[in-house]
Design a protein around this ligand. Structure first.
Ligand code: SER
Length: 578
């Protein structure tokens, strides 16, 4: 049985509820491009909000990390990985967490006790040494000489601020050598496989640790790592996870894995991540900004390495690799089957686009590469020929040249700012900023949506929304031009609700419960399994990422300034608040 299934079954047998993996593109957190850790979607619950599935949770979570994109190519780096995790939200703490981790590893995965070792927190000027964790490991069966203490590696935080705590890390001895009597965490034959965080603090912006409402457990086990460790391979790409993909790549070329493992790993890794990003229900497509730009870089880098291996890049090598990946993972992630064709189209279209400029770009590169590449030239290669920076860097380093990556970034950021402004509002349900005025407009949008249903027709549904500090724009389904009477009644009703001083409440719930309760939502499939629902008095209830005012009185006076056709069957209202 797959380790993912064994893991879920084990923790379910210990009273945990399985929660579905959140999408790779976070729904309500524009501060990050991707989910980078299993616990990330759970931060609000670790901070104290009750979770709709209860206090004991278990899952496998898709994660994407692209900050070390150019490190991919070695034996361990991946841009996509899965994390197995179990959580206690103010329920069990260190004792059960350690006991169950040990039981899972030794009884379910059948790892011999002597192959395991752990680290615990050594203590510093702020927090005491974790003698409790140490004693619990001894009780569980880990021998004393296999317990080491560190400070740095035994404190885990989600970021500079937010939930954090000391942790205990579990290591596996992945080598045929004799197992050393004394565990040395710096000896790389010991591989870290699992991290149990005792998440009981919130780090505030001034760096202080305050107690969280609950003492939580947050554990994370990298799936890729545990599989490689148990299979005894010291190159992740030689584990069973990758066998078929690597053999398929080998079948496309005369080159063997051992001759150019770097290119093969990059292709395998990047296509897998591109599959997961493009299959995500968020509908990301290759572009020059944000997630779309990451997707573009992954695909283009994979294409360039396919060329490197003399693969005929115009053949369907990329979609065939994607197919292998989809088949392997679809049992665990529904969106892969649902969006299979989308994935193939994304790969094919991006390849066509890149092909148009790749040859010209390579010729241009030859021309400019008689010396180190400055930022402006690197940006020109990007802007005109679609060369992502790592492509230029890789080509340059093959010739022993340097690239001014900082100069490139400067130009690139200016360019991104421009594109971002042009497409403002694409995140957060049309909300282009989180300022106070935009927040007032955002709540007014919900009231307008509700008022249209009362005055015009229950069939009026939101089709789009865009907010600036000057006005709101709201598109909705409707089969006729609004009459003056309808417009003024809608305006009056919104203003009545504003004057009524209705409280705005936010609640987290399961998507199915939210829909059952009649909450309004624009694209149901775009939402994760657990959703945030905003209610305004009893006049409006919508799935939404917020933010909103606390009381409708904060909105001000609402005024419709224009009503017009937007497209067939869709009308558009522009309104202001005064
Ligand atoms: N937060 C810890 C980690 O990401 C355990 O989930 O390693």
């Amino acid at each position: 049985m797959n380790i993912k299934d064994l893991y879920i079954d084990f923790f379910v047998s210990k009273g945990h509820k399985q929660i579905p993996s959140a999408p790779v593109v976070p729904e309500n957190d524009p501060s990050v491009l991707f989910n980078t850790a299993g616990m990330q979607p759970l931060i609000p619950y670790l901070m104290g909000i009750p979770h709709p599935y209860g206090k004991r949770l278990v899952d496998y979570q898709k994660c994407v990390r692209t900050n070390d994109l150019d490190e991919v190519g070695d034996t361990t780096h991946h841009t996509f990985f899965e994390m197995l995790g179990n959580w206690s939200l103010g329920d069990y703490f260190k004792e059960d967490s350690i006991k169950w981790s040990y039981e899972f590893l030794t009884s379910v995965l059948k790892i011999p006790n002597e192959r395991l070792a752990v680290t615990v927190f050594a203590g510093n000027e702020v927090l005491n040494k974790d003698t409790e964790a140490r004693d619990l490991w001894l009780q569980a069966g880990i021998k004393e000489s296999h317990i080491a203490e560190t400070v740095e590696d035994n404190f885990w935080a989600a970021g500079d601020t937010g939930p954090c705590g000391t942790d205990t890390e579990i290591f596996y001895f992945r080598s045929d050598d004799d197992i050393p009597e004394v565990f040395d965490p710096e000896d790389d034959r010991w591989v870290e496989i699992w991290n149990n965080v005792f998440m009981q603090y919130n780090r505030t912006s001034d760096g202080k640790l305050e107690e969280l409402k609950n003492k939580n457990i947050d554990t994370g086990m990298g799936y890729e790592r545990i599989v490689s460790a148990l299979e005894g391979v010291n190159d992740n790409y030689k584990s069973s996870i990758w066998k078929d993909v690597i053999s398929y790549i080998e079948s496309l070329t005369d080159v063997k894995y051992e001759d150019n493992p770097t290119s093969m790993r990059i292709i395998a890794d990047h296509i897998r991540t591109a599959v997961f990003i493009s299959a995500d229900n968020s509908g990301i497509k290759p572009s020059n900004t944000d997630q779309g730009y990451i997707l573009r870089r992954l695909i283009r880098r994979a294409i360039r390495h396919a060329k490197e291996l003399n693969i005929d890049i115009n053949s369907n090598w990329d979609t065939e690799i994607a197919k292998l990946i989809i088949n392997k993972y679809k049992k665990y992630y529904d969106e892969l089957s649902k969006n299979e064709q989308v994935v193939y189209d994304v790969l094919t279209n991006e390849k066509i686009k890149f092909n148009r400029t790749l040859e010209k770009g390579l010729r241009e590169f030859e021309k400019v590469s008689n010396k180190d590449i400055d930022g402006i030239t690197a940006f020109h290669l990007f802007d005109t020929f679609g060369f992502p920076i790592e492509l230029t860097t890789e080509l340059a380093s093959e010739k022993g040249l340097k690239v001014d990556a900082e100069g490139f970034m400067k130009k690139f950021k200016e360019h991104q700012e421009l594109s971002r402004t042009a497409s403002a509002g694409k995140f957060k349900g049309g909300l282009s900023g989180n300022g106070e005025i935009e927040t007032r407009y955002h709540t007014a949008t919900h009231l307008l949506n509700a008022a249209l249903k009362v005055i015009v027709s229950p069939n009026c549904h939101q089709k789009g929304s865009n907010i600036t500090v000057e006005r709101m724009r709201f598109d909705f389904s409707c089969d006729h031009k609004l009459t003056d009477e309808e417009k003024s009644k809608v305006e009056d009703l919104v203003n009545k609700w504003i004057n009524d001083g209705l409280d705005v409440n936010v609640q987290e719930m399961k998507k199915e419960d939210a829909i059952k309760s009649g909450a309004e939502c624009m694209f149901i499939e775009k939402y994760p399994d657990i959703v945030t629902v905003y209610s305004i008095g009893d006049v409006s209830k919508e799935l939404c990422g917020g933010p909103h005012v606390k009381n409708t009185r904060e909105i001000g006076k609402f005024k419709i300034i224009k009503e017009e056709a937007s497209s067939a069957g869709v009308r558009r209202i522009k309104a202001i608040i005064e």
